[in-house]
Design a protein. Structure first.
Length: 271
C-alpha cells in the first residue's frame, strides 16, 4: 500500500504556518497526500499553500482558525466535513514567552491548555472514528521534552505537553490494532522562526539569521518523523534529546525536577 493510500486522501495539519508544521505539510504533499493547512494567519497560510502547489501535485486548502478560541474544533470539523481526512498532525501550541507562571494573567495559561489539550482531544475524537472504520489512518501529536518533568518558566506549557504525550500513548494503545498509527513526537530545541525570535530577544543569538545553539534543524525533525510513523507510541527526536531522556529516566521524579530547574535557571541567566 502506498503512503497516500494508507494515510490519504487528505491530511489536516494544525500549526502549518511555518517551522515544523509547514515542513510536515510539505512532506505529506510530496508523498501524494492533499493537505488542509490550519493556523491563525491567513496570509502566511496562503504562502505555504502556494509553495506546496508549485512544488507538488497535491491539492491544498487553507483554514484560518485560532485554536485558542471557543468553538475552534467545531469550526474545523464543519470546514472539513466533505473531505476524507486520513491523517491528522497536531503541531500547534508553542510557548514563546518562557516566563514565571505568576507573572502572566491566568488567562494565558487557560489559553495554553485550550490550544494544547482541549482542541487536540476534540479533533482526535472527531477524526479518528472514520479512520477506524476504514481500517487505516494516522495521527501525529507534537510533544516536547518539557513534558517529561516540571520546571520554572513553563508551568502550563510543560503540563500541557505532559498531557499530550500521555494522551498520544493511550490513544496508540487503543487504536494500534485498528489500522491507525498514532505517534507522539517529542521535540527538543528546534530551529524554528519562533525559537529564533525568542533567543534573539534574550540576546542568545546576534541575529534572526543565526541558528540557536544546540537547535535541531527542521528538516532533520521531519525526516525522523516520517521514518518513525509506525514506531509509536512515542518517538524522541534527536540523539541529544534521547540521551537526555535516558538520564532523566535514571533519576527519581524529585531529582529530575531539580535538574530541569537548574537547566532553566542557567538558560535564563545566560540571556
Amino acid at each position: 500500500m502506498t503512503f497516500a493510500a494508507k494515510y490519504g486522501p487528505w491530511a489536516l495539519v494544525a500549526g502549518a504556518s511555518d517551522g515544523v508544521g509547514a515542513a510536515f505539510a510539505t512532506g505529506l504533499a510530496e508523498r501524494g497526500v492533499n493537505v488542509v493547512l490550519l493556523a491563525r494567519r491567513q496570509a502566511v497560510l496562503n504562502d505555504v499553500a502556494a509553495q506546496i502547489d508549485s512544488a507538488t501535485s497535491a491539492q491544498t486548502r487553507t483554514l484560518a482558525v485560532d485554536l485558542a478560541q471557543p468553538g475552534a474544533a467545531a469550526a474545523i470539523a464543519e470546514a472539513t466535513a466533505e473531505l476524507e481526512i486520513g491523517f491528522v498532525v497536531y503541531c500547534a501550541g508553542a510557548d514563546p514567552n518562557f516566563k514565571p507562571f505568576l507573572s502572566s494573567p491566568v488567562e494565558a495559561a487557560e489559553t495554553m491548555v485550550q490550544r494544547n489539550c482541549m482542541v487536540l482531544m476534540q479533533l482526535c475524537h472527531h477524526f479518528a472514528p472514520s479512520m477506524v472504520e476504514r481500517g487505516r489512518g494516522g495521527i501525529v501529536i507534537f510533544g516536547s521534552g518539557a513534558g517529561f518533568a516540571g520546571g520554572p518558566n513553563m508551568v502550563a506549557y510543560a503540563a500541557s505537553k505532559a498531557f499530550d504525550m500521555v494522551f498520544a500513548e493511550a490513544l496508540w494503545a487503543e487504536l494500534r490494532d485498528k489500522g491507525v498509527d498514532v505517534l507522539g513526537l517529542i521535540l527538543g530545541k528546534t530551529d524554528t522562526p519562533a525559537l529564533r525570535e525568542l533567543e534573539y530577544s534574550r540576546g542568545r543569538i546576534a541575529s534572526l539569521d543565526h541558528v540557536p545553539p544546540g537547535a535541531v534543524a527542521v528538516d532533520d525533525v521531519i525526516a525522523e518523523a516520517f521514518e518513525n510513523l509506525t514506531s509509536g507510541p512515542t518517538w524522541i527526536v534527536g540523539e541529544e534529546l534521547r540521551a537526555g531522556m535516558q538520564i532523566l529516566g535514571s533519576l527519581t521524579r524529585n531529582q529530575a525536577v531539580q535538574l530541569i530547574s537548574a537547566a532553566s535557571e542557567a538558560a535564563m541567566g545566560s540571556g
